[in-house]
Ligand binder design. Structure first.
Ligand SMILES: Cc1cc2nc3c(=O)[nH]c(=O)nc-3n(C[C@H](O)[C@H](O)[C@H](O)COP(=O)(O)OP(=O)(O)OC[C@H]3O[C@@H](n4cnc5c(N)ncnc54)[C@H](O)[C@@H]3O)c2cc1C
Length: 474
């Protein structure tokens, strides 16, 4: 890995050369628009790259990679800019910003979407739904397809249709040596294996092909609210339901604080509460039957159910998760949560100083039916993904909220099983990579890394160093 100098300016002649080499925008640190162009979704990350390039095709991506390698510039790749890890590179590198490479083409007859590398989830959702089709992605429309997909992809439809990577037919990428490679079940199958879970390590994805499923237009939803004093009974009912829930039902339990629009009585505002929410992606006529098990627990304080267009649901949180907040997330897979851990988590939610939530998402369904070694993503047999998420605006609260997320995950460490969702873990480093992928997959990924990126050019991510582990560190 090149040891990039900590500088944020390149010689003007170098910048000019890059400008002459690609038709896409090239933005240097003294250009107007630089501060806007270097901004990331998560305001805790404030990197000052030497130059930002916006290639318009795969050839230009290869040119940008060669330009950076010739000058020992660290390469940071960016599509949606949502990374919680935050492109934690050093100042002074080259950002390959894929935002000029957007666009989705749907082949309705073959039920395949071809998605350019810089596209956002909302573009894929809209293009597929125009044909009554879908591929399962995440829950906020302005997230990048690339970053989400290359780490796995969880959301509202995954128990039904599998992870986003389980619907991936092929990835086209530019590798560290500038080659343009197609990876699929037939072409470079081992690379295709690694791209599905640890994919940011092997190159810059310039296009994806996804399998599409007939679906929509509506998603059927329910939300039940309980006082935190009932957390044990509610969790028991949720866990038992999740164990045998129909694939069409995505279900999540959240520990949060009651807000004004929560449906809780005013006296509870600001106090910890429990939400159980489902998204049913099957027939409306089956919803009552399929979710009956969720109502076996205590009676909720408030309950809402509705059927809404999938596209409305998929963008409903876009403003809530707008750019500019400070954010941190940690998580782990678990098969159960001990009662005393639930009590501690409720206590943590009550003492939080940001907009902090603990969510327990049921995995299983189609996710758990693929064998563990099918993809680099690890932990397919886990029952739950438990994650602690914090959002705040005051930089003075950075340490306290980051520490809050780490403490919440420490509480359920005793319940943890193989696998941590890479895209749901803002801490990175060799130990995190081992927890995310497990030792056996780290070894297999390291062999792949030696084959495709022996100099660890692509390391600003949950990195697999060619020698194993993570050479970039935290
Ligand atoms: C508001 C919000 C909502 C989210 N919701 C979900 C969700 O519902 N489901 C879910 O699974 N995840 C979710 N995530 C997590 C999300 O999947 C990750 O943050 C993901 O990394 C975002 O990808 P991006 O392209 O937007 O980010 P970027 O910051 O652009 O990139 C993220 C990582 O991917 C690499 N990368 C980006 N583009 C490419 C490319 N073309 N080729 C190779 N590597 C590339 C980068 O180097 C970086 O390491 C959410 C995140 C946020 C902030």
């Amino acid at each position: 890995m090149p040891d990039a100098p900590a500088m944020d300016r390149l010689a003007p002649s170098d910048v000019d050369q890059l400008r002459r080499s690609i038709r896409g925008d090239v933005i240097a640190s003294d250009d107007p628009g630089y501060d806007d162009a270097r901004r990331l979704w998560n305001a805790i990350h404030d990197r000052r790259p030497a130059v930002i390039a916006r290639p318009i095709d795969a050839d230009e991506v290869a040119t940008a990679v060669a330009f950076a390698r010739d000058r020992d510039l660290e390469i940071q790749v960016r599509s949606g800019g949502h990374s919680k890890v935050g492109l934690r590179g050093r100042d002074g590198g080259l950002v390959v910003d894929m935002s000029a490479m957007r666009g989705v083409d749907v082949d309705r007859a073959r039920r395949i979407a071809r998605v350019n590398g810089g596209s956002l989830l909302g573009e894929l959702d809209v293009a597929a739904q125009a044909h009554g089709l879908v591929t399962p992605v995440g829950v906020v429309g302005h997230t990048g397809v690339a970053g989400l997909t290359l780490g796995g992809g969880v959301g509202r439809l995954q128990r039904h249709f599998g992870l986003t990577i389980d619907n991936l037919v092929a990835v086209e990428l530019v590798t560290a040596d500038g080659r343009q490679v197609r990876a699929s079940a037939d072409d470079e199958p081992e690379l295709f294996w690694g791209l599905r879970g640890a994919g940011w390590n092997f190159g810059i994805a310039t296009a994806f092909e996804f399998r599409l499923h007939p679906f929509g237009p509506n998603l059927h939803r329910g939300l039940f609210l309980y006082p935190a004093s009932q957390v044990h009974e509610v969790f028991d009912a949720f866990r038992d339901y999740a164990r045998s829930a129909p694939d069409a039902v995505a279900v999540i339990l959240n520990l949060d604080r009651a807000g004004e629009r929560s449906g809780a009585p005013e006296a509870m505002f600001g106090k910890p509460v429990v939400y159980v929410a489902y998204n049913h992606s099957g027939d409306a006529a089956d919803v009552e039957r399929d979710t009956a098990g969720l109502r076996r627990g205590p009676a909720p304080m408030a309950a809402t159910t509705a059927s809404q267009p999938y596209l409305d649901v998929q963008t409903a949180h876009d403003l809530l998760f707008a750019w500019g907040n400070r954010s941190f997330i940690r998580g782990t897979n678990a098969d159960d949560v001990r009662p005393e851990a639930l009590d501690e988590l409720v206590g943590l939610v009550g003492s939080a100083q940001g907009d902090n939530t603990i969510s327990i998402t049921a995995l299983g369904g189609a996710i758990g039916r693929l064998p563990e070694d099918a993809t680099a993503y690890a932990g397919r047999s886990a029952a739950f993904d438990l994650s602690a998420d914090s959002s705040w605006t005051d930089p003075a609260l950075d340490d306290v909220n980051i520490d809050w997320c780490r403490r919440a995950v420490a509480v359920i460490e005793a319940d943890a099983v193989l696998g941590r969702y890479a895209n749901g873990n803002a801490d990175a480093g060799p130990e995190q990579s081992r927890l995310i992928f497990g030792d056996a997959k780290v070894a297999r990924l390291a062999a792949l890394k030696r084959a495709w990126d022996p100099d660890n050019v692509f390391h600003v991510n949950h990195n697999i160093a060619p020698a194993g582990g993570d050479a970039a560190g935290d």
